[in-house]
Every structure is written in structure tokens, then in C-alpha cells.
Design a protein around this ligand. Structure first.
Ligand code: GCU
Length: 611
């Protein structure tokens, strides 16, 4: 009991709790990438997983040859085999299969991936971990025929220790990837984005000492810009009562601490002359964590974020969030974004637009985006894929949503750019949904009491008042920022309706418009009434901006959306062709007229709010 109290005591001290199954700071560890070409087998009937009695082969005492995860070869010329990775085609990892193979463009089902590799440990006592940045949607992982486990959730990382399973030669790593949409999954069946399947993010082997620095949180204490706090946790047999050192040279910080019996030590260091991180000054400090003869470094920015009345205070200064919503898609390739170059492209466009903020919709994006946002000075809204009609009454669905939320919070807890955790998007109001979101918000606050909580809610008409819109969603009592999507001029009337609308929001909290916008086919021209013309979209932006100015608590927006993106819902030939056309930039990278309307408004907001 005493041990738990000590651990609990430490957790209370720091703004962040102990990690979930997420490997912290992979980019700065000793890694061997498994990115590259993997052989794959499309298994529409999952016969490599289920036998003819529909029993999972990996739960049978003696799985037969057809168990694809065994990656067997025929013993002799008479042997019966009906699959063979070596002579199967290949896909690139990371990457979705839809954009790589035409016959997989619409595929939803199971694909088996296999990578063979050699691995020699640098030191016999070292440990090896296998990490996946994300696999959409469910991954079952097998190494040398042994099942490591599975992960559900298409946008968060997971890892397994493989120290005792690896061979020096000819390791066979087999991954069963199933991207079938399911009602009880998170997200659920219906979304407005492409269901890209595959091993969509980096795959790495990580080598550590037998006891290593597993996790840490280093950030300013809530409400105290002079105290750097957090924890450092070791993993391994020798983790207890060990000396770990933290140094931040530029702040003249150098402390040696001793872990407790759980291998954890809390950090609480007074610091002076901090250059606070902000979009105008994206200052990142090199942090060195040393244990034994190994140093792990990271780059961390220090900033405070809080709300006060209807203001959002960054480093105690009121800010206006000049944002844009972004899907994790490189439109030029019509594919999942996954690398640093994709992050540079998307965030570079956002910077060109005049943004100091991005809403990474509707699910956690890859870590390159977050580290790039830290470097470029762009504030970030991260979102849990609790989207539309999630079965809120299903407890397993809640556990899935909570697990994914914890995973992204643990991965990105040291990223200064992240200021908002969003619980959901456009979820239908009900008692059971309120309970679901309330519990998610409570979990988020327990894990991280330093960042803000929000969700993209939906506006509603104000009873008895013509042309008056507002928001009376009960979840507003549980968020720090009132965010909602509104489509006046697109789904709700024509742009001229903006000129008739009054907003009534009786809430002393910041208001953030998480979505507004409309579609345009780049290059299609007409007048303001020609839907799908650039002029229609341009006028919609002009009129929405004019309308939203009237909201006194307005502290930002992230219009929908930076770039056109693929969606199976968008079926009109010539105009859509499977693309959602609400982008300000086309899938060829061409800016539409509305881009410049928003850019102009953000110039004005930057001048106004920098005084
Ligand atoms: C919704 C939803 C988006 C969707 C958009 C649209 O607000 O949040 O995911 O793409 O509207 O209809 O284009």
C-alpha cells in the first residue's frame, strides 16, 4: 500500500501520469528502421487466420501450414502450401495500401505484411523493442511464428518487447492488418474521410540497456511559469534507487535525482530566465536525461496555457487562434501523410495562410507533425476519433476511445505545441453521450492538468428567436473552450444567410469555431451563386468571417479545411470524384480564391492581437 501511495504521490506532483503502452521519444533513441518494402498477401476471407471451422489459427495448439503468420515454406516438393510471401508483391511501409495499389483502392479487409531482417545486438544484455507508429485499424503481430499481441486503433503507437524472440539471422515479422470499419470501433462505421488501411506509420526496432529511461514528462507546472516539473521513470530490473541526472544546459540546470522503489523520480526544478515557447518564439531547450552511461536527449519548449473568462492565455498573454483544420493526408499523392516532408508541406501551407494554430482532425496525427509544429511555432489541437455516431452505450467502445486518448496524450505530453485535447467531433447529444464524453474529459484532466480540454460540438437554433444561432450543449460545462462547427452558407442556407444571423452565446468561456467552410472545384469559375465555383467559396468565407466577428468571446477558428481530401461520401462526377472539395488548396497544391480571403483576415488578426 505504501508503495502505491508513494507512486500516487509522485503522480499528483507532476502534471502528467505514468505512461501507457507508448514508447517515449523514439526519434532520439538507438533505432533500426524496418521501413521499406514488405511482402504482402491480400486475405479477403482471412483464411490465413481462421481455419475452415472459423477458429483462429493462432489459438490452436498446432496451427497447420495455412497459418500465414508462421511464414512457412514447403518442406519438399509434395508439401501443400497455398501462400508464399517470398513470391508475393510488395508494399511500402509506412504507407496506406489504397494509394499504392489500384486493386486495393477501395479494399477494406485483411492484408498480411511480412518483413524479414537480421539483427545483432550491440551488447548481449541490451533489450530490444518493436514499435509501430500506427496501423489502421487492427494489427495482429507475429515474430518468428510467435504472437506478440494485437493493437486496435488506427492512429496511435504501440510496442512489444522482443528481446528474447529475436534471432541474429532471418527474423520473420508478420503483421495481420484489418481495416474493416465496425460499428463498435473508434471511429465507428460512418466517417467523412478515406479508410486508408495498412502499416501507415514508421516501424522501428529500439535497442536499450537492460535498465533504461522509459518515460518522462518535463514541463512547467500548471500556473507556475518558474517551476519545471514532471517525472522520470526507469524500466528494468535495476530501476529502484538509481541515480538519474537531468540537465538543461541553457538554463544552467543540472540535477542528479534518485528513483524510488518503482524506478520513478519526480522532477521539480525552479528555473529563471526561461525563454518561453510561443508561435513568435518557438524556443526549444535541449534536455539531457542521463542514466548509467547512457544519455537520452529531447527538445522541449516551456510555455503556459490557460483560460481566463473568455480569454485564452499563452504565457499569460491573450491570444487569438488563427487556425485551419487538417486531415492526415498529403493531397498531392492522395495518400496518408506519414513523414517529415509531409509535415513540412502541410504545416508550411498553414504558415503561408498566416496560421499560428492547426486542428489536427479527426484523430491523432503522426509524431512528425507534432515535432514539426514544436519547431515551426504552431499551436496544436489534437483530437480523439470519437466521431459522429459512436455507440456511446457500449462500454468496450468507451474503453477503446479512452485507450486511444491516453496513448496520444502519453506520446505527445512533452510537445509544447499541443495546447488542446479534443474529446470528439459532432457527436449527437444524449445522456449516454454526455456521460461518455464527461468520463473522457475527466480521464484527460487526470492524466494532464496543464492543457485545455475541448470538443467540436454543434451549433443550434435559439428557441423562439428567428435567425438566431447559439449553442446549448451540456458538454460545455466540462470544456475549457467552447468549440463548435457551423456551416452557415453551405449546409445551412446560402452565404447571404450569414448577413441575417445573430449569435447568442451566453457563456463566459472562449469561443472557437472548429469548422466552417464550403466546397469549390479549383479552377471552376462563376458567380457567388454558382455552388462549387471558387467565387461561391470565396463569398462564403467573406460572409462567414463578417458574421463571426459579432461573437464577443471569439478567440479563434480552424475553418474546414486546408486541402481537398479523399472521401467516399463525395460522389459527384467531375466536381468531386471522391474528393471533399472544402479545401482552400486543391489536391494539386493550387490555392483557391478563398485561401486569400482567410489569409487577409489572419493578417488583420495578427496585427490586432500582437499589440
Ligand atoms: C463535418 C465534419 C467533417 C466533414 C465536414 C464536411 O463538420 O466534422 O469531418 O468533412 O463536416 O461535411 O465536409
Amino acid at each position: 500500500m505504501k508503495k502505491i501511495l508513494i507512486l500516487f504521490g509522485i503522480l499528483l506532483l507532476s502534471g502528467i501520469s505514468i505512461a501507457q503502452n507508448v514508447f517515449q521519444n523514439i526519434p532520439n533513441r538507438k533505432t533500426t528502421t524496418l521501413n521499406g518494402k514488405w511482402h504482402y498477401i491480400v486475405d479477403v476471407y482471412e483464411s490465413g487466420y481462421y481455419n475452415y471451422r472459423y477458429e483462429p489459427r493462432d489459438q490452436k495448439e498446432h496451427p497447420t501450414n495455412e497459418a500465414i503468420f508462421l511464414d512457412l515454406k514447403p518442406n519438399d516438393r509434395s508439401d501443400l502450401h497455398e501462400y508464399d510471401f517470398d513470391t508475393s508483391p510488395t508494399l511500402y511501409v509506412p504507407g496506406d495500401w489504397n494509394s499504392q495499389e489500384e486493386n486495393l483502392f477501395y479494399y477494406e479487409g485483411t492484408v498480411w505484411y511480412r518483413k524479414t531482417f537480421d539483427y545483432k545486438k550491440e551488447n548481449a544484455t541490451n533489450r530490444i523493442f518493436l514499435n509501430f507508429g500506427a496501423v489502421n485499424y487492427r494489427a495482429d503481430i507475429y515474430l518468428n511464428g510467435i504472437k506478440l499481441g494485437f493493437h486496435e486503433g488506427g492512429f496511435t503507437p504501440f510496442y512489444f518487447e522482443v528481446t528474447n524472440l529475436l534471432k541474429e539471422k532471418d527474423n520473420s515479422l508478420v503483421v495481420k492488418v484489418d481495416n474493416k470499419r465496425k460499428k463498435e470501433a473508434v471511429p465507428t462505421l460512418n466517417t467523412d474521410w478515406w479508410n486508408y488501411g495498412g502499416i501507415t506509420r514508421d516501424v522501428d526496432l529500439i535497442e536499450t540497456q537492460s535498465t533504461y529511461i522509459a518515460d518522462y514528462s518535463i514541463q512547467l507546472q500548471k500556473g507556475n511559469a518558474g517551476l519545471i516539473e514532471g517525472y522520470i521513470s526507469l524500466n528494468g530490473d535495476d530501476k529502484a534507487n538509481q541515480q538519474v541526472a537531468i540537465s538543461i544546459p541553457e538554463l544552467k540546470i543540472n540535477q542528479t535525482l534518485t528513483t524510488n522503489s518503482e524506478g520513478i523520480v519526480s522532477v521539480a526544478i525552479k528555473a529563471k530566465n526561461i525563454s518561453y515557447w510561443s508561435p513568435e518564439n518557438p524556443k526549444l531547450y535541449t534536455i539531457n536525461l542521463k542514466y548509467g552511461n547512457h544519455t537520452l536527449n529531447d527538445k522541449i519548449g516551456f510555455r503556459t496555457i490557460e483560460v481566463k473568462g473568455s480569454d485564452i492565455l499563452l504565457n499569460n498573454k491573450s491570444v487569438y487562434l488563427r487556425g485551419i483544420s487538417i486531415h492526415e493526408e498529403n493531397p498531392l499523392g492522395g495518400r496518408r501523410a506519414y513523414c517529415k516532408e509531409d509535415a513540412e508541406l502541410l504545416l508550411g501551407w498553414a504558415k503561408e495562410l498566416g496560421c499560428n494554430f492547426v486542428r489536427l482532425a479527426h484523430y491523432p496525427h503522426n509524431e512528425h507533425m507534432l515535432r514539426m509544429a514544436d519547431e515551426m511555432g504552431i499551436l496544436v489541437w489534437e483530437e480523439n476519433p470519437v466521431y459522429w455516431t459512436i455507440p456511446f452505450e457500449n462500454h468496450d467502445t468507451y474503453l477503446l476511445a479512452e485507450k486511444q486518448l491516453k496513448e496520444v496524450m502519453m506520446r505527445d505530453k512533452n510537445r509544447a505545441s499541443v495546447i488542446i485535447w479534443s474529446m470528439a467531433n459532432e457527436t449527437p447529444r444524449s445522456e449516454v453521450r454526455l456521460e461518455f464524453l464527461r468520463n473522457l474529459a475527466a480521464t484527460a484532466r487526470n492524466l494532464d492538468n496543464t492543457r485545455l480540454i475541448s470538443a467540436a460540438l454543434e451549433k443550434n437554433r435559439v428557441e423562439g428567436k428567428e435567425n438566431t444561432l447559439g449553442i446549448d450543449d451540456p458538454f460545455m460545462d466540462y470544456v475549457d473552450i467552447i468549440s463548435f462547427n457551423e456551416y452557415v452558407g453551405w449546409y445551412d442556407g446560402l452565404p447571404e444567410k450569414c448577413e441575417r444571423v445573430q449569435w447568442e452565446i451566453n457563456y463566459n468561456k472562449p469561443v472557437f469555431i472548429s469548422e466552417y467552410g464550403g466546397g469549390a472545384l479549383q479552377g471552376l469559375h462563376g458567380d457567388k451563386l454558382d455552388r462549387w465555383s471558387e467565387e461561391f467559396q470565396e463569398d462564403l468565407y467573406i460572409k462567414n468571417i463578417a458574421m463571426l466577428r459579432q461573437i464577443p468571446q471569439l478567440r479563434g477558428m480552424s475553418p474546414w479545411i486546408l486541402a481537398d481530401f479523399r472521401s467516399p461520401r463525395r460522389m459527384r462526377p467531375v466536381i468531386q470524384d471522391g474528393w471533399n472539395r472544402k479545401g482552400l488548396i486543391s489536391e494539386k497544391g493550387t490555392k483557391k480564391k478563398a485561401f486569400f480571403v482567410l489569409q487577409e483576415y489572419y493578417k488583420e488578426m495578427m496585427d490586432k492581437w500582437s499589440k
